[in-house]
Write a protein of this length. Structure first.
Length: 330
């Protein structure tokens, strides 16, 4: 299917390029990650009145403990859940998606973003790919144990790899964690090389979404009635798939398997509204999301000790990003 990319995607790509072109030859993961968030915020702010709320969390409060599925790893692993928790919702469609996205940077300059393999932490990949039962590493962080395992779609766990192309051009290769497999076991190292299960060839492979020549080429799988992007190659493709709500697992009220996730979101978002003292903090978007998706605010007087821990913790990520899509309007 050929699509013209959304204005959101175009604004993101242009802004991300303008912010990152100064990094050529001396880039690193953290500033690229920060500029990606800022560019998503910019694109949301100017695209048909879309809006964005972002909140950062620090420390190790977002780490989880789990039993890995990959042979050769330690019996009990501990690592961060993700770099970025993204919620995107459409008030018109009354739909929402949730993903935990991990960002990584490939240090060598490449001719294009679709590579044979990518480097990542093997425990992080096992966590987001196999989606086991989890437990917060600290008593202050109490996510539902089935936060990942009960997700309807595997894109609850995703990766965004930053690839430097010639001429200071940084592009994002997005992929669902479960669409990556081990290229080789890392031995004593915690880092491994991961290869796409279906290697995308930009612009031609049916797993690849890639912006080229002014047109947008995208093919997504359809598990049940939910569209899902497996791989997006390039900044426009990634942002467009996100805006079109093909990234992330649905968290609507009609999905009984995600009831625990919705309750957890209600507690933690309510806590953020009640306790956040950051300058210029505006909870309007959070309230609109909760109202749209009929997620009830928590009742502080009727929660147990474990739920109280969830209220006082972060979101399982270094940052939270809430995007409103105008999908379905007009």
């Amino acid at each position: 299917m050929i699509q013209i990319p959304s204005q959101f995607a175009i604004h993101f790509a242009l802004d991300f390029y303008s912010r990152t072109r100064i990094f050529g030859g001396r880039a690193s993961e953290v500033p690229l990650f920060s500029e990606m968030k800022r560019s998503l915020q910019y694109a949301a702010a100017i695209s048909n009145g879309s809006s964005l709320c972002i909140e950062k969390y620090h420390g190790n409060s977002h780490q989880v403990i789990f039993s890995p599925a990959t042979r050769g790893l330690r019996p009990t692993c501990r690592c961060e859940l993700s770099d970025l928790m993204i919620i995107i919702f459409s008030p018109t469609l009354k739909q929402a998606r949730l993903t935990f996205l991990q960002a990584k940077y490939e240090k060598q300059i490449r001719p294009f973003p679709c590579l044979n393999s990518y480097e990542a932490n093997i425990e992080q990949w096992d966590l987001l790919s196999n989606r086991p039962s989890i437990k917060g590493a600290l008593s202050s962080f109490c996510p539902p144990r089935d936060l990942l395992s009960a997700a309807i779609l595997p894109s609850i766990g995703t990766f965004a790899f930053f690839i430097e192309l010639p001429n200071n051009n940084f592009q994002i290769f997005y992929v669902i964690a479960s669409e990556l497999s081990l290229a080789r076991f890392p031995g004593n190292s915690k880092y491994c090389r991961l290869k796409p299960k279906a290697y995308p060839i930009c612009g031609t492979h049916n797993y690849c979404a890639y912006f080229s020549g002014g047109h947008y080429s995208s093919n997504s799988t359809t598990p049940g009635s939910h569209n899902e992007c497996l791989v997006a190659c390039g900044n426009v493709a990634f942002a467009d798939q996100l805006y079109r709500m093909k990234i992330g697992s649905p968290i609507g009220q009609h999905n009984s398997s995600t009831a625990g996730t919705r309750e957890w979101l209600g507690r933690t978002l309510s806590h953020l509204i009640e306790r956040n003292v950051a300058p210029n903090f505006d909870a309007t978007l959070i309230r609109e999301f909760m109202r749209t998706m009929e997620i009830p605010a928590s009742d502080g007087g009727r929660i147990n000790d474990e739920q109280q821990g969830a209220r006082s913790s972060g979101f399982g990520a270094r940052s939270l990003l809430i995007l409103k899509s105008n999908l379905g309007e007009g």
